[in-house]
Write a protein that binds this ligand. Structure first.
Ligand SMILES: [Zn+2]
Length: 504
């Protein structure tokens, strides 16, 4: 696997602080980005902030700040969170940046020049919470079901419309040619049905807003915030400057299911309308729930991100979320399950395995890993696990990738028990002892590389303790397939996952 991999996450809306729901999406995308680097690809990993729209303006007013000061404050808080969570994005875009405005203006110019906009007027309901027009059938008791606490506004104004309807046949061709354009497959089917049922032209401007991108050539309008926001993925490639095609099209847009339609229908149609290539794939992850309800700003956040990080540290949180909540489905956040996985899979699993192997190499072999090429059953099982991990991770099925890697943790811990290196040491069976510990060191090397996208800091610690010079992030995939540990000098690491004191 070589070449570039351009991955993006949803840009977050600047109307509140980052929460666990945001973190879940970014951690998942980061795991994919890190895995792709492990496979040797050049990864462009984009995240950012969606800073326009009426809702931002309202939040700024409520906080007594200018919109600019407000979005600066929110962006800072998001960036600090992504840093703390060890997210390895390579670019961070804010839709208030000039590079974004330049790209939006040029994309709109091209779509307009191709005749895909027309002026009309819109009258209907508008939910500021969604920043979206709503039909009667979208409302429940006269309110938006996503934002039941907000009043729905009646809007009647001239708008520019995008001829989305004319792109339905081309979108269906795209889906037919590429049935994995949206994953999971159920989401693809949903969107396909919507498009097959016929698309409506869509309003893409609003009467001039004090906080938005003015419509090119008609400053009495602003670009509709949704239309502006999706363009960020293109803006970050440097479009329309020469060389943007080296990054564009995106290989994967990671998004939540609520915006899957925008990414799978509207966005490709916009690009087709401007004669630009469409993204290669869209991944719609599931929702994280807490006791059955969704994490979101508008409907209340039940567990703070701080509380979740402080429970067992950043790496443990990353690991837990990626193992517990299937990356292609909904899942529940639960502290008891978190504590359980922490103890069983991290403290007693990977942590214990690492310290046992490194301690035995130190105690019995003076800290130097022997050059034993003898293939044990553990090596053979390691190969099977690596293939399973690779298949899952290539399809972005992160929970299955983690599950595969941890099979080897369990198996290696069993191998320690079965081969009892302490007994081999006692009886002086040096050849067998060396073969066993060399094989265990290869398993640990494999596990650590496979674990690194999930637990980047802890994996780095083990990697260093194994005596590896380069960072685990730079070690290539060949080493996962063919670990080379002979001759390395190990050190004992400090306990990786200390168990919390029991409070009873
Ligand atoms: Zn709404």
């Amino acid at each position: 696997m070589a070449g570039k991999f351009y991955i993006t996450t949803a840009i977050d809306y600047s109307n509140g602080e980052p929460h666990l729901g945001h973190a879940f999406e970014k951690i998942g995308a980061d795991c994919i980005a890190r895995y792709r680097r492990l496979r040797g690809q050049t990864v462009h990993f984009l995240m950012g902030m969606d800073e326009h729209g009426q809702k931002v303006l309202q939040s700024a007013e409520a906080a007594g700040l200018s919109p600019k000061d407000w979005v600066d404050h929110i962006a800072q808080s998001f960036v600090a969170t992504w840093q703390e969570l060890n997210i390895s994005h390579t670019d961070f875009i804010r839709t208030t940046e000039q590079r974004h405005r330049t790209a939006v203006e040029e994309l709109l110019r091209r779509i307009g020049a191709n005749g895909h906009f027309y002026e009309g007027s819109y009258s209907g309901y508008y939910c500021v919470g969604c920043e979206a027009f709503k039909l009667d059938k979208d409302l429940e008791d006269g309110r938006c079901p996503e934002h039941p606490s907000r009043e729905i506004k009646w809007v009647d104004e001239p708008n520019f419309f995008f001829r989305q309807s004319t792109f339905a046949p081309r979108l269906l061709e795209l889906y037919d040619a590429n049935p994995d354009f949206v994953r999971p497959r159920a989401r693809m089917n949903e969107i396909r049905n919507i498009v097959a049922g016929g698309l409506q032209d869509t309003s893409v401007s609003r009467a001039r807003l004090p906080w938005g991108i003015p419509w090119p050539g008609d400053p009495t309008h602003s670009v509709y915030v949704w239309f502006d926001a999706v363009i960020n993925y293109l803006s970050a490639t440097g479009f329309p400057e020469a060389g943007f095609e080296e990054t564009w099209p995106a290989d994967l847009h990671v998004i939540g299911p609520d915006i899957a339609r925008f990414h799978a229908a509207l966005w490709p149609a916009m690009l087709m309308a401007a004669d630009l290539p469409v993204p290669k794939a869209v991944w719609s992850h599931g929702w994280m729930t807490f006791s059955g309800s969704r994490f979101s700003k508008s409907e209340g956040v039940q567990v703070s991100l701080r509380e979740a990080i402080d429970r067992h540290g950043v790496d443990a949180l990353r690991y837990f979320l990626l193992r517990e909540i299937p990356w292609d489905a909904n899942g529940n956040f639960n502290f008891d399950r978190f504590d359980g996985r922490y103890e069983a899979e991290l403290a007693d699993g990977y942590g214990n395995l690492s310290s046992r192997i490194l301690a035995m190499i130190t105690r019995y072999l003076g800290g130097k890993i022997p050059q034993s090429g003898e293939t044990t059953s553990l090596d053979t099982e390691g190969e099977t696990v690596v293939a399973e991990y690779r298949d899952a991770m290539d399809q972005h099925l992160l929970h299955l990738g983690g599950q595969a890697a941890w099979k080897l943790v369990t198996r290696a811990n069993q191998f320690v028990e079965e081969s009892a290196p302490w007994a081999l040491h006692k009886t002086g069976d040096t050849a067998r002892l060396e073969a066993v510990l060399a094989s265990l060191s290869r398993a640990l090397s494999r596990i650590t590389q496979m674990a690194a996208p999930f637990l980047p800091s802890k994996a780095e610690e083990v990697w260093g303790a194994l005596g590896m010079r380069e960072s685990v992030q730079c070690a290539g995939w060949e080493l996962v397939e063919q670990p080379r540990t002979g001759g390395l000098e190990v050190v004992k690491p400090t306990p990786l996952f200390p168990k919390p004191e029991k409070t009873s």
